[in-house]
Design a binder for this molecule. Structure first.
Ligand code: RP5
Length: 176
């Protein structure tokens, strides 16, 4: 076996979050990327507590091979927008309902209301699963294998709903 067979693949997606306390909310993004066979890295980068690390991460992201960044933060959630201002890679923002968030709206609006010229694709509050899927869909525009996995994923969603439809239909019959 050659050495390259043992070399971990270069991450294509960077998942970053403002605090360790965001991890539980952000994990579904990692799970989706795993499911889609997409190599990723996951780390903590705080816009307020480690601003220089944030600048370094964003400025090096493209050079090290990342294609998409998923950034989650809560409260005064500046991480996604600031990272987006430092790179032209697509940035997907995940508003986190954190301990310092009033009701989630602070995180949502901090990430959503970007000025013209510096977009962040904002998903729902705690919507890391969709962030992972959106990253996969971006990569799928130039990758047939990921497209196939996304198609299968959609099929599984459809089948799940249809199973529920069938269960309900049977239940209705039993009540008759
Ligand atoms: C934000 O503050 C983080 O993204 C996190 O959601 C929130 C609370 O952080 P901790 O005080 O739990 O570290 O910057």
């Amino acid at each position: 076996m050659s050495d390259s067979a043992n070399t971990p693949a270069t991450p294509l997606v960077g998942i970053i979050m403002g605090s360790q306390s965001d991890l539980k909310v952000m994990e579904p993004a990692a799970e989706i990327l795993e499911q889609m066979g997409i190599p990723f890295e996951l780390t903590i980068v705080s816009a307020h507590r480690t601003p220089h690390r944030m600048v370094e991460y964003a400025e090096n992201a493209r050079k090290k091979g990342l294609k998409v960044i998923i950034a989650g933060a809560g409260g005064a959630a500046h991480l996604p927008g600031m990272v987006a201002s430092l790179t032209t890679l697509p940035v997907i923002g995940v508003p986190v309902r954190s301990s310092n968030s009033i009701d989630g709206w602070d995180s949502i609006l901090s990430i959503l209301q970007m000025p013209g010229g510096v977009p962040v694709a904002t998903v729902a509050l705690n919507g890391a699963q969709n962030a992972g899927l959106l990253a996969a869909q971006i990569l799928a525009t130039s990758n047939v294998a990921i497209t196939d996995r996304l198609e299968k994923y959609r099929t599984s969603l459809r089948e799940k709903v249809m199973r529920s439809v069938e269960e309900l239909r049977r239940g209705d019959r039993e009540d008759d």
